[in-house]
Design a protein around this ligand. Structure first.
Ligand SMILES: NC(=O)c1ccc[n+]([C@@H]2O[C@H](COP(=O)([O-])OP(=O)(O)OC[C@H]3O[C@@H](n4cnc5c(N)ncnc54)[C@H](O)[C@@H]3O)[C@@H](O)[C@H]2O)c1
Length: 351
């Protein structure tokens, strides 16, 4: 059985999970190397998990001929550059969301992918979550009829530390967090967002306004086929990591997620205790593993990825429009490229 030689760039919280999954639970992956700008950390992770090579950067790692594919889990603003480096070295790529934090970088990265003839999968792991997959199937089977409304909530338990903002390496809330929902609503409804209207606040943490970020956002959406939607993102729910979606159609409604993330309730002197997932690595553990298994099998099988470069770009276009709406306090059209009629006639690297 052929195996895929993989290198992981960026072994922080997310990258380390991909490393663990590749090392322990994806039998057809050969985890050859890790790279991190913090080379001591890369060496430590390599040592802990029995990985032969570690590097201080992606470029050096891609020089290895036994690295067939690269996983990019560096901070948001470094994704586009990472994709260009990996593509130039002829490696297939899995890149964490977002594809980039602006459209210029995104198009440059996708052009590099096209030039090199490599494949790119984007880390929208909710598409691999069993609950979201079940909902998707029910929508496709017509169980809710024609979708009319979609509501999605993404609340983190605790805000990132101030160092996250100070480092300036990640996109603001729309790119770092809401991007999951921007992808999810397109995927679930099989439709494109054509207009957004964003409301935002820096209440409780006004300091983060200095970094161009927000604490919470509500984004209203209009879809090409007539449905409407609303997405809420919030960084400090305190009670848990709360991700929920509802799709309402002409014949019914589907809920995904609940405050009780696991079907266990403890009763004691305090009453009932329902454990709520505390963060993304818990809630989406199955999805992170499934997406990595799919990435490896896709690359070995010479198939096109299921979560494509185009998906990365479409979600980014919605995030860019949401940021514009947040700045102008007005509804904002999503760039014409996102319209369904434009798909297939857009830039060559998307065809
Ligand atoms: N799909 C998801 O659900 C999900 C969840 C969390 C994070 N993410 C994404 O994963 C990425 C990483 O997030 P994180 O939470 O692991 O951040 P993190 O800060 O914990 O880790 C980032 C790592 O990248 C390293 N790094 C920085 N610059 C580098 C460079 N030039 N080359 C190599 N390594 C470099 C850092 O030293 C650090 O170890 C972000 O883009 C984030 O949006 C996705």
């Amino acid at each position: 059985m052929a195996t895929l030689g993989v290198g992981v760039a960026g072994v922080g919280e997310m990258g380390r999970r991909h490393v663990e999954n590749l090392r322990r639970s994806v039998p057809n992956a050969r985890l050859v190397a890790v790279a991190d700008v913090n080379s001591a950390h890369a060496a430590r992770v390599a040592g802990e998990l029995g990985i032969e090579h570690s590097f201080a950067g992606l470029e050096a790692m891609t020089e290895r001929s036994d690295v067939d594919a690269v996983v990019i889990a560096t901070p948001d603003k470094l994704h586009a550059e990472g994709i260009r480096i990996a593509a130039a070295a002829g490696k297939d790529i899995f890149c964490e969301k977002p594809l980039a934090t602006n459209l210029e970088d995104a198009h440059a990265a996708l052009a590099a992918v096209q030039r090199a003839g490599v494949r790119l999968q984007i880390g929208f792991m909710r598409r691999y979550d069993p609950a979201y997959l079940a909902a998707k199937k029910q929508i496709e089977d017509g169980d809710v009829g024609e979708p009319v409304l979609i509501k999605s909530i993404g609340r983190d338990k605790d805000p990132p530390p101030m160092a996250f903002y100070e480092a300036g390496l990640n996109g603001m809330l729309f790119y770092n967090n809401t991007i999951h929902d921007f992808d999810l609503v397109r995927w679930l409804l099989r439709d494109e967002v054509v207009e957004v209207h964003a409301y935002t606040t820096v209440a409780i943490h006004p300091r983060i306004a200095h970094y161009g970020d927000v604490v919470a956002a509500l984004v209203n959406l209009k879809f090409a086929r007539g449905a409407i939607g609303n997405i809420e993102s919030y960084i400090q729910a305190t009670y848990g990591y709360d991700v929920r979606t509802e799709i309402v159609g002409s014949r019914g409604s589907i809920f995904v997620g609940s405050l009780q993330q696991r079907p266990v309730t403890l009763f004691d002197a305090r009453g009932s205790l329902r454990p709520v997932a505390d963060q993304f690595l818990t809630r989406f553990a199955d999805a992170y593993l499934a997406e990595m298994q799919d990435f490896v099998e896709t690359m070995l099988g010479d198939r096109p990825p299921q979560v494509t470069a185009e998906d990365g770009l479409r979600a980014l276009e919605i995030a860019v429009a949401a940021e514009e709406s947040h700045r102008s306090s007005k509804p904002c059209a999503v760039e014409a490229g996102a319209r369904p009629e434009a798909i297939g006639t857009g830039p060559a690297h998307l065809r």
